[in-house]
Design a protein around this ligand. Sequence first.
Ligand code: 5AD
Length: 347
Amino acid sequence: MAMEAADKLITGQELTREEFIELLQAASSSTELCTRLAEEARRLRKQYYGDKVYLRGLIEFTNYCKNNCYYCGIRCENRKIRRYRLTKEEILDCCKTGRALGFQTFVLQGGEDPFFTDERLAELIYSIKERHPECAVTLSLGERSYESYRRLREAGADRYLLRHETADPAHYRKLHPDNMSLQNRKQCLLDLKALGYQVGAGFMVGSPGQTEEELAEDLLFLKDLQPQMVGIGPFIPQKDTPFAKERAGSVEKTLLLLSVVRILLPKALIPATTALGTMDADGREKGMRAGANVVMPNLSPQKNREQYALYDHKISTGEEAAECTDLLMRRMEAAGFHLSWERGDAR
Ligand code: 5AD
């Protein structure tokens, strides 16, 4: 039954919810099945993107957030972290440094910080595009209105990352306070698509209460949404959140989901995430071998990197740092991949 589901997935047929559940359950206890899925994922990755690993410079420009998600270290109720917000000049400096290093995509990521109004953001995006017209600007700023997304797109933003976190309404409730809704989050993704952004969705693996049923919902949702990018990383507890004592998601399960998503959306741009690199020193390479094709080294000012603490023990040095891409390159080459300095838009 699970093998049939795997065959269906590999031959591009639609799977039902039950078949996805079957597949995920079977893969949890069968390395043979995992290997088969990983091989197919690698084959597809190679077919569409060769051995390339696209680079994105990540600028974590504010850790203020008005939301209170139970899993996240920068939730508004966390009084233990020191908050920071980069100035426009600091952000432009990060881009300048990044451009000199060779980056052609800047990802502006932050909490939902009301200081960054449409006007401030539009001006910032415009200034980045004015200085670096050949570069792509990706935003990752959470939920905003259609009108806001429209203005930011008009200012020059090319892509938007907004993980849906979980596509199951009941599970969504376990991870978020009542003032947030899955429906709104989904609507944001549809709005972004309608505005012509290249859109990224995604979810955590092993978040509290997640089972194969919820993951099956995530896969069905992704198949339906057809995002150009998908971010998948293990859940990692953060000590000053309600989920401090919960177990982290596993590396193996994350790799399995990377493979399944690669097969489901063969042309997607899929990062081997920082969370995966945090859980396993070779997480990045393993992610690539499971079907990922993007890495997002940290371009934030050194002094702020520790403060952007979504989860505990987040790595920010070594091959994780934008200034250490030579190290990253050596590691990727050793694993059989090549860093690409192209913009790397979706196929
Ligand atoms: N562990 C892993 N990933 C997390 N994120 C937030 N908190 C955690 C955590 N504790 C992820 C969310 C968010 C992205 C920016 O980081 O999925 O969308």
